[in-house]
Ligand binder design. Structure first.
Ligand code: GLU
Length: 621
């Protein structure tokens, strides 16, 4: 299931600039970091966690985990407490999230796994992205009845044609074989128990189900599972998924071939090629071409992470086909050329954060796609030289007219190239988990089935949803677009699982869901923490803005309240953020960890977004 291994040795270099210098702390924003005002605070015990108690910040030693869900975090903490390493815990948590976050992740989807091996001082990645089937055509998203592209939602997103070959099971297998110490069987046991026993439904799960009710109703097998008796499961009831428990048990005992070959593979292919739609539904649910051969030939890719230096730290991310590593890296490289800080410098720092981000988005649109299909200048995009050139179009006092043109990484100086503007979507789907173990290994893993609820199609009797990841290809058929559809190609992603090391030791593990806003969420948390003097809990809680090369910047209500006036003199305009599908104003749902002096661990999940996440350590302080 795997290809040759490439990795990157983390360099033990002397730190050049203090990561959280005293000056930055002194001027810090304390005031500039009000907690998000948009989401109603919910006591942890009633939120995402059902009856389990949960905290969003935990400090201590012996290992740490962070995720959006207490069931998953508990599983991860248990693995660490019993002597498992970060890879073991990450896989166990991911399969737990597939049970308790079935609309965001699971075996029907894909993701990216970034791993720091402390002994080897090495960062490696596993690309478990979904892949377009070999039979797809580049006009697959055009409705033959009208000659026009299918409307994006709910038509295209609820279809067989949007389903990519899932990569998650292969990722788990590869992660355990390369980095783990435990078998798949042992690792999946806690999530199998969770699926059997069930988890307590909270408001977030109920809302996500209701948001999808129309799509789910179009597919009777999905409705039977997630809309029992015609309604979303009630808050406080237990949601059991025995079918998923059986599917996971079969994967646990027989390995990935129980998913990629045999009966389940035939069933997946059959559902995609002939969606089981309620005949009375108006959804067209166009069929895909995914075949058993596509499943049998799925392979994860091992490639070097992206790497940039920022304020003396080493920042590692996911290389293309994800645009996460190049975009976060390019923006950091641009910001590296400025002195940022909190207090009096907050407004200017945020202005530069928005400007750097706009350029990173212009460049990802122009250059990033699946590197097996398009030439992606990853090294150039993440070079300090290119960032210095991109800086020349930034005015430190005035917002640029956006969209800004893409830079030219093949030329020197300020050269830009004209490209077509390709808008992207803003979602709150997907999920992220972060782990650090007692030996200093770390896993940063973002996984998804694309939008919340994926394609809306379950595999009958198997208990899981199929992804609609292929909607991440750009729908237009511009031959210059690095992200256009092709058979066997992986759609460009924004997922940005990130590991930051400091002289050969993990310092931060960061990641988030949120479609294209993932990039800005990861970037903003790093800037908040490293430059603006916030603690990690403040950096995560702080309200967010996501500049993706548009004239005005979508921002959470708390950000608008705190910074609109401060940013107005720079000509920066803010507009309320809104998820494309659910109208939620939240940006991201991060899960992070910091390793401090003497190995002290601070795990930080969201205090409020998505109902609040769960951070745990093995030995609380
Ligand atoms: N499909 C998205 C990506 O790979 C993730 C889904 C989301 O977070 O909305 O960037």
């Amino acid at each position: 299931m795997t290809e040759p291994v490439v990795h990157h040795t983390a360099r033990r270099r002397v730190r050049l600039v203090a990561a959280t210098g005293a000056a930055a702390v002194a001027g810090a924003l304390v005031t500039a970091a009000p907690p998000v005002a948009s989401a109603a605070p919910a006591p942890a015990s009633e939120s995402r966690t059902g009856r389990l108690s949960s905290t969003s910040t935990a400090t201590g030693t012996g290992g740490a985990v962070s995720s959006v869900d207490v069931n998953a975090s508990r599983i991860g903490r248990q693995v660490l407490a019993e002597g498992g390493n970060a890879a073991d815990a990450a896989v166990a948590m991911a399969s737990g999230l597939g049970v308790s976050e079935p609309y965001s992740a699971g075996i029907g989807g894909g993701g990216y796994f970034v791993y720091y091996d402390a002994k080897k001082d090495e960062v490696s990645t596993i690309d478990g992205r979904e892949t377009a089937p070999s039979g797809i055509t580049n006009d697959a998203f055009v409705d033959p009845a009208t000659g026009q592209p299918y409307p994006f939602t709910p038509q295209l997103v609820s279809s067989g044609v949007a389903v990519g070959v899932p990569g998650t099971v292969a990722t788990w297998d590869a992660a355990l074989k390369r980095f783990g110490t435990r078998s798949l069987k042992r690792t999946l046991a806690p999530s199998i128990a969770l699926a059997r026993k069930g988890f307590v439904v909270d408001q977030t799960f109920r809302n996500q189900t209701l948001d999808n009710a129309e799509r789910f109703s179009a597919f009777p097998d999905t409705a039977r599972l997630f809309l029992p008796r015609g309604d979303a499961p009630k808050v406080g009831t237990r949601f059991r998924n025995p079918a998923l428990a059986r599917t996971l048990t079969s994967i646990a005992t027989k390995g990935p071939r129980a998913f990629y070959r045999g009966a389940l593979a035939r069933e997946i292919s059959s559902v995609v090629r002939s969606p089981r739609k309620d005949p009375s539904s108006a959804l067209p649910a166009p069929a895909g071409t995914l075949s058993t051969k596509d499943l049998a030939s799925y392979r994860v890719r091992h490639q070097a992470p992206t790497h940039v230096r920022y304020r003396g730290l080493d920042v590692y991310g996911m290389a293309p086909g994800s645009s996460g590593g190049t975009s976060v890296g390019e923006a950091l490289n641009i910001l590296e050329t400025y002195r940022l800080g909190g207090g009096r410098r907050t407004a200017r720092s945020l202005h530069l954060y928005l400007e750097a981000s706009a350029r990173a988005f212009a460049d990802r649109a122009a250059y990033v796609g699946d590197p097996r299909f398009t030439k992606v200048p990853t090294k150039r995009l993440t070079s300090q030289r290119f960032a210095n050139a991109r800086r020349c179009s930034i005015d430190q006092t005035t917002a640029s007219t956006r969209p800004v043109a893409a830079g030219n990484p093949y030329a020197s100086g300020c050269a830009t190239v004209s490209t077509q503007d390709r808008p992207d979507t803003e979602n709150v789907s997907t999920t992220h988990l972060s782990v650090v173990d007692r030996w200093g290994n770390a896993a940063s893993y973002t996984l998804t089935i694309e939008q919340t609820g994926g394609s809306g199609m379950t595999v009958p009797g198997r208990g899981f949803l199929l992804n609609n990841e292929l909607t991440d290809f750009t729908a237009a058929y511009d031959p210059d677009d690095p992200n256009r559809i092709a058979p066997g190609k992986r759609p460009r992603s924004s997922m940005a699982p990130t590991i930051v090391t400091d002289r050969g030791r993990v310092r931060y593990v960061v990641g988030s869901p949120g479609g294209a806003t993932i990039i800005t969420t990861v970037l903003q948390i790093l800037v908040n923490r490293i430059d603006l003097g916030m603690t990690l809990p403040q950096a995560v809680a702080a309200p967010r803005a996501s500049q993706r090369n548009t004239a005005s910047t979508p921002a959470e209500p708390g950000f608008i309240t705190a910074y609109e006036k401060l940013l107005a003199p720079y000509g920066q305009r803010l507009t309320p953020s809104g998820d494309t599908f659910t109208s939620a104003a939240e940006i991201g749902a991060a899960a992070t960890i910091e390793v401090g002096r003497g190995g002290r661990l601070t795990a930080v999940a969201e205090p409020r977004r998505r109902g609040g996440g769960s951070a745990l350590v093995v030995r609380p302080r």
